[in-house]
Design a binder for this molecule. Sequence first.
Ligand code: PEP
Ligand code: MN
Length: 366
Amino acid sequence: MTIDLTIKDLGAWNDNMNLPLVIAGPCSAESELQMLTTANELSKNDKISYFRAGVWKPRTRPGSFEGIGVKALDWMKAVKEQTGLKLATEVANAEHVEACLKAGVDLLWIGARTSVNPFSVQEIADAIKGVDICIAVKNPINPDLQLWVGALERINKVGITKLIAIHRGFSSYEKSPFRNQPLWDYPIELKTICPQIPIICDPSHIAGTRDLIPFIAQKALDMDMDGFIIESHINPSAALSDAAQQLSPKDLDSLLKSLVVRIAISKNEEFSDQLDKLRDMIDELDEDITQKLSSRMEIAEKIGKYKKDHNVTILQVKRWEELIAHRITYASALGLSKDFMKRFLKLVHKESIRRQTEIMNVSPKK
Ligand code: PEP
Ligand code: MN
């Protein structure tokens, strides 16, 4: 699948040409003093071009700090006047959009709890129709690529070409060190089906705690992402929301300095030649693996026929357990991760069972 979005290249409109794009600022606008002191510090950092702050805060439970509302937009204006930073905030409905446009906010983002809802996204799209503004769309809270793509399409359809996707991770029941699981496959798939869309990472909401942010931020750059939206507060531990994941402007500066920005393509000829050779080897190996998998499936089908003729069940748990234990030991001795091998074999086994089921002519239960 590919999706056809009309997108203006990030480099063409982001006048801080020092990519990656960095949007930084507190989770929430709390007071004029907090906003101005944070923004003043951040503005000393030439890697940062946008100041973010949540004016309306979508909180999971009522009773938590839910944002200051429109009054905070005056503080945003003061930030722009005093620091020259461009402004970014979250909008969840048409009223928010209208207030932000009046206040001169330069970038509006659609949060994870809004991008999940096509009615809300459409309402926002209708409110920004005809406006030359940058819109960023966070991934929905659940790992549903279609919903993320759909939200981007709705915004693009009303003529917004300064469009960015934000990877902020996904809620999950599974135990995880992260507040939101990164599930990198999703932004990678988005990049694959729509290479022209810039994707930035929100390591703050993925990590949930300060200490995990550098790992996520570096990984995002290594996945060829185009920048960050990252939370920074003048006094993080006193923040009214998301205190555990905000960095002081000084710590943010150290983080940004520590990140290694790699390039997608090198102009160095020797490097390109060597890379081409290695990629040729990978291509050949992938062909071999595909052929072997095809042969393996053919043999599995033969076994299926044989089992059918002798009225033997497809699944034989003991054989499967022995096989998996043996293969994992073998793979581990060859330097492969046990977890990877286990997942790989499970996938292969599932496909074998599917093909044998077809042979047995048993229709799968719906
Ligand atoms: C935020 O960026 O402050 C925010 C609420 O994020 P998310 O929509 O990703 O939860
Ligand atoms: Mn936050």
